[in-house]
Ligand binder design. Sequence first.
Ligand code: FAD
Length: 442
Amino acid sequence: MKSSNLMSSKKVGVIGAGASGLVASRELRREGHVPVVFERNNNVGGTWIYNPEVESDPLGVDPSRTIVQSSVYDSLRTNLPRESMGFRDYPFVVVEEMMMIKDEKKETSSRTGDNRRFPGHREVLNYLQDFANHFELIELIRFETEVIHVSLLDDQEGEKERKWAVKYKIRSSSSPPTFVVDEEVFDAVVVCNGHYTEPLIAEIPGIDTWPGKQIHSHNYRVPDPFRDQVVLLVGNSSSGEDLSRDIAGVVKKNALGDDTIVFQDGSSVLVDVILHCTGYKYTFPFLEINNTVTVDDNRVGPLYKHVFSPLLAPGLSFIGLIWKGIPYPIFELQSRWVAGVLSGRILLPSQEVMMLEVEDFYLKLEAAGVPKRYTHNTFDYQFEYSDWLAGECGFPLSEEWRKQMFEAVVKKRITHLEAYRDEWEDYNHLIMQAHEDFRNYL
Ligand code: FAD
């Protein structure tokens, strides 16, 4: 870790109060900065705020549709054991266990009492709400306030660092709501707007003329609308796996009819509905930064270590772009790194060195045949990445039990897809090791 003694406090605009915005604001304040969090919703938790409403366009491609942030479906349970999933110094354990770990009599909590190792989505939302309350983050958040424009201000004479203008729209609670637009200047902006809201649809020749119904998993909530329908699922990652099992009890096996889907090998199937479980696009509709950071085939770049724009660092950073792994401990470390860099406690390499590192990373992906859209998929190196961040921040390295829990989940999802969330007895020793560490952290 390279560090400097020149500490400075910054006024930082944080966009979003989901898991990444919450932990970013906590780390920024801990470091002595003044974070202001903008959240367009009326609560914290982002994608974990289950919304029974879906968008007017079930495919989610109509740009004029009203956006629904959450992609959570009613039956959703976590795909990680809770111990591995939570932030390090606020573990995601059941409330009674937390009281025992902290040796406290009382801990106010909004938890649902869903004590399963892989709990349902409401328990995750309540955990994030508890986190926000515990660290008194609510006072930092401006709810019902959507950031609509972020730009770099022109150099002002005598100022060492450039400032950022954040324009936002505040929604009133009146009916119908009214909107007030305002603008504020910040020393830095941390983007935490999530990336599970804008559907990505696979390119399939002929699909535009296919007459049946199509829906993206973003707009799936419950199985009932699929009753007695023949459904084709596209995509076999987390949501494809979950939704195929969710609808299995209500759908119809395919029968003869007109709406034929033809596969590459020439075989075909007749279906009523295509359910696209094909992932999401990164979008930053509010960013006006002259193409210094772009989204190209779902690669947000150039970004140094998935976080800093080399050309705009340290003023512009992104938390939470990575996927396919254990995200929260990484969000926590990314946030700690950003906070330390902004205060001057941690030094970044020069712009040239960061650019070279990014170019080298892209070349390695290309040589390995990894498409650009997998740039932020850290599955193969998440713990090396965490440990690199931890090294920069002076934080302990990834715990062995966390690594082993992740490996176990990956294996069990292949061999026991139906029951991997409920068969966890073989790993009790890892749970015990996790609790031991939590006691030390707290
Ligand atoms: P989000 O939760 O999307 O939060 C972004 C926030 O930014 C939102 O509150 C939004 O309203 C706000 N926002 C966006 N734009 C603006 C704007 N312009 N102005 C103001 N506010 C704005 N992770 C796990 O660890 N375990 C799991 O089991 C798991 N399961 C998942 C299942 C599904 C279906 C999905 C979609 C994701 C899952 N994830 C899981 C990953 C999940 O995304 C992360 O857990 C995490 O909650 C993402 O947090 P975030 O803050 O980055 O984004």
